[in-house]
Structure formats: structure tokens, C-alpha cells
Design a protein around this ligand. Structure first.
Ligand code: PHE
Length: 340
């Protein structure tokens, strides 16, 4: 081999290598290029180096100098390719994870505002000695109407004003039909059928009426029913309980007002208004349990008396939190719900 051949093979090695390093795009291609050009055993540079001994003695210094030059250039090329690859990778994957940074926050669910309200109402009433009772949402006409002294021909029983279930063998409104309860007063009957006075319960839950949804109506809403039966329970007890309740839930300055009204299952009956922010607002109905209802559940109206009330849970919740549209409560919109 001549010196000229030696030098030119070094030169073409250098050209090839710089081209190959420029094309490096992965860890694997980087390693392949390193082995191919700089591999200690069979690398291309090593192969040329082996030819050094075949040159004439006086040619060796020049050949050795060029060899070292190319070797340095190849090492530098490899280093640049290594850095370029690392840069390219961090540009796509971002910086390495920092374990000291706070983690991605989990979005925790929370209790629906209506459920929160019901828990709060139960707690207030519980402090006045009212325990919580429950009843089914699918009811029979006995508990929803008959035992509550709502006669057969009463408009409240109209199939168009109730959600009767389409059962195969029952006609809507008949004794064996079923409906979604239209009021929580059903639970008064269920409690009195199973227990003897003294009774002090509240029952909170869903009721259903075929109303078109608007800002103040929804076909499903919630009521808090209250019932107290004992010897000598009076209207004064009713008014006191409701006032203490309103003062706890809406504020100590809230006043209460009764307006004469009518419900088949109470006598006398009243509408309950709370004066709040200078406005009288109706929150529900109440009254003294009608003797006919006490008789229907087997109580003696001569020895016991009682009061009952039914308040709208949504209305209470909306007043307290300044919610203006009942539909917001049931839209499932997290931007609204997450505020509570
Ligand atoms: N159940 C009545 C209604 O839904 C409210 C009420 C309850 C009235 C108890 C009197 C006594 O309108």
C-alpha cells in the first residue's frame, strides 16, 4: 500500500463517517455508526490503522499524524451525534419527569347540593327531636290519597296530574294501581300505621308531578315532611317548630307567617311563609292532622292530636344559595354543581 492510498482511504472514511453521524436518528443507529467506524476490533478506522505497518518507515510520521487527526474528528463527530440525538429526544418527550413536583390533581366528586341540603335539614330537625323516616317512591293510592282523606273524585287524583305506572292489570287511579308518590305525606301514613304516639319524624325525599320544567318547576323535586303526634299537640307547637327551623336554616331574623288554606289531611290547614330579605315567600303547607286521618291509621282522635307540614327542599336550598333556576340543580353541569 502506498502512502497516497493510505491517506485517501482515511479521507473517504472521514467523509463516510460524517455523513453517517449526520443521519443518526435513534440510539440504535448511533451505536451502529460507532461500531462501524470506531469499533476497537473491527471498526473501519482500526482496519486502516492495521495497514500502517506496511508503509515505509519515512512515510509513517505523516500517515500517523493523519490517522490521529481523523480519529479525533471521528470521536468529535460521535459526540456531536450523541448530543444531537439527546436534544431531539427531549424536544419530543419534554424534560425528564421531576418527582418533586405536585401530581396531577384528581377531581374529587362531592355531594349534590340537594343532598347536602337534606342532610342539613335532617340535622336541624334532629336537634329538635325529630328522627328521620323513609318511605317508597312508588306508592299505592291508599297511602298517597285514601288514608290522607283525599276522596275518589278529588282533582288531585286525576291521572293527568300524577305519574301512574303502566301496569298490565290495573287502571290508573284504581285501588290496585301504582304511582310515583306526589307528596311525602305518604310517609305520615306509613309511620302511623306501624307505630304508636308519641311520634316526631321528618321524611325527606323525591316526589313526582307532571309539571313542565321552568325556573320554578320540575317534574321531580324534594319535600321535607314533618309529623308530630302526641297528647295535646297544638298549632302553637307547629308554629314554634317551623320558626326555630327557619331561624336555623335561613337566619335568626327570619319571621314566619301562616295563611289559611286547605288540605284534605289537615284541619285547620295553612300555607307557611317565611319573611326573608323583606319578602314573604311560601315554603309549603301545614296544619293539624285531620281526625279522619288519625282514625284511618287506628289512632283515637279524642286522645291524641298532631301537626304535619310539608316544605319544598329545592325552594329552601335555592333561597339559601341564591339559585334562581331549579333546572340548574338537575342539569348535571359541573360548572354549576362544583360551586356547592
Ligand atoms: N303534602 C302537601 C303538598 O304537597 C303539603 C302538606 C304536608 C300540607 C303536610 C299539610 C301537611 O302540598
Amino acid at each position: 500500500m502506498s502512502l497516497a492510498d493510505f491517506l485517501s482511504s482515511l479521507q473517504s472514511l472521514q467523509d463516510e463517517a460524517s455523513e453517517a453521524f449526520a443521519k443518526v436518528s435513534s440510539q440504535q443507529s448511533l451505536e451502529d455508526a460507532r461500531v462501524r467506524f470506531l469499533g476497537a476490533k473491527n471498526g473501519a478506522l482500526r482496519q486502516i490503522q492495521k495497514q500502517l505497518g506496511k508503509l515505509d518507515k519515512d512515510e509513517k510520521p505523516q500517515a500517523g499524524q493523519k490517522l490521529n487527526e481523523v480519529k479525533r474528528s471521528l470521536s468529535a463527530g460521535l459526540e456531536r451525534a450523541t448530543e444531537a440525538l439527546a436534544d431531539a429526544q427531549s424536544a419530543t418527550t419534554g424534560p425528564p419527569a421531576d418527582p418533586t413536583l405536585p401530581g396531577e390533581p384528581l377531581r374529587l366528586g362531592h355531594i349534590h347540593p340537594i343532598t347536602q341540603t337534606m342532610d342539613h335539614l335532617k340535622e336541624i330537625m334532629g336537634r329538635m327531636g325529630f328522627e328521620t323516616a323513609e318511605g317508597p317512591e312508588v306508592e299505592d293510592p291508599w297511602h298517597n290519597f285514601v288514608a290522607l282523606n283525599i276522596p275518589e273524585d278529588h282533582p288531585a287524583r286525576d291521572p293527568l296530574d300524577n305519574f301512574y305506572l303502566a301496569t298490565a292489570d290495573a287502571v290508573a287511579g284504581e285501588a290496585d294501581s301504582q304511582l310515583m308518590r306526589s307528596q311525602t305525606s305518604t310517609v305520615q301514613i306509613r309511620v302511623m300505621e306501624n307505630r304508636q304516639p308519641p311520634i316526631r319524624i321528618v321524611s325527606l325525599g323525591r316526589v313526582y308531578r307532571p309539571d313542565a320544567p321552568d325556573a320554578t318547576h320540575f317534574p321531580m323535586f324534594h319535600q321535607m315532611e314533618g309529623l308530630m303526634v302526641d297528647r295535646q299537640v297544638t298549632m302553637a307547637n307547629l308554629k314554634t317548630v317551623l320558626r326555630v327551623f327557619a331561624n336555623n336554616y335561613l337566619g335568626s331574623d327570619v319571621q314566619i307567617r301562616f295563611r289559611p288554606s286547605f288540605f284534605p289531611f289537615t284541619e285547620p290547614s295553612v300555607e307557611v311563609d317565611f319573611l326573608w330579605n323583606d319578602q314573604w315567600i311560601e315554603f309549603g303547607g301545614a296544619g293539624m292532622v285531620d281526625p279522619a286521618v288519625l282514625s284511618a291509621v287506628g289512632y283515637d282522635p279524642e286522645t291524641v292530636s298532631g301537626f304535619a307540614f310539608g316544605l319544598g327542599v329545592e325552594r329552601l336550598c335555592m333561597r339559601r344559595h341564591n339559585i334562581t333556576d331549579i333546572r340548574d340543580l338537575y342539569s348535571g353541569d359541573m360548572r354549576f354543581l362544583s360551586q356547592f
